[in-house]
Design a protein around this ligand. Structure first.
Ligand SMILES: N[C@@H](CCC(=O)N[C@@H](CS)C(=O)NCC(=O)O)C(=O)O
Length: 199
């Protein structure tokens, strides 16, 4: 995992909320000497390496696995409709992360190789995603059924990632309800302990 990865943060938060201890191994998948592809053919983090050497990826599979390992503080409802609602939130939040990462990677290429159209396309996904999150959250405390769960964790992770890598976006100004929501999340130990440090 990497401290800055929003997907790895999602898994770490779920583990903390559920009191499951994980040994964290840091590995940057973009570094030439990365070991990630030995555990995940897609070369992406997070990967969960189990005691028997079996591996699980991606973050969505890992959080489901962790949630079913212990009934302590379930983050996914047993109710089908609520579960689908949470998964939809997660898909939206992760999709915003995916687009933000693609935009970031493109903007780090040599200027003459960058595609402005590609960056705009990704950025629009980020903007539309934020708009949808704000609209769906409205003035509710939590994303689904007035209960803290996976949807809130996923949204919190993307907001934290935007703070880290897209400071200029100023999403709090545009969407005060998301700002209030993130403040509530940041009161939790799991969010405090996993807050990404600027690198
Ligand atoms: N859908 C995956 C996304 C994971 C992902 O894209 N992780 C990034 C780090 S933030 C990564 O490993 N990128 C390396 C690469 O794409 O080669 C998940 O939820 O785990």
């Amino acid at each position: 995992m990497s401290q800055a990865s929003p997907y790895a943060r999602k898994v770490r938060i779920v583990a903390i909320e559920k009191h499951i201890e994980l040994e964290l191994i840091e590995d940057s998948p973009s570094s030439p000497d990365t070991h990630v592809p030995e555990y995940n053919p897609l070369g992406k983090i997070p990967v969960l390496i189990m005691d028997d050497g079996e591996t699980l990826y991606d973050s969505r599979v890992i959080v489901e696995f962790l949630d079913y390992r212990t009934p302590v503080h379930r983050i996914l409802s047993q109710d089908h409709n609520l579960r689908i609602a949470a998964r939809q939130w997660e898909a939206l939040a992760d999709g915003v992360c995916d687009a933000a990462v693609l935009e970031l990677v493109e903007s780090r290429r040599p200027l003459e190789q960058q595609s402005e159209a590609w960056k705009i396309r990704q950025h629009q996904k980020v903007e539309r995603g934020l708009q949808m999150m704000s609209k769906q959250l409205a003035e509710n405390v939590w994303c689904v059924d007035d209960e803290f769960g996976l949807a809130d964790i996923a949204v919190g992770c993307v907001l934290g990632f935007l703070d880290l890598r897209f400071k200029e976006l100023d999403w709090r100004k545009q969407y005060p309800n998301l700002g209030k929501f993130y403040l509530t999340l940041m009161k939790r130990e799991s969010f405090k302990k996993t807050a990404p440090a600027a690198v």
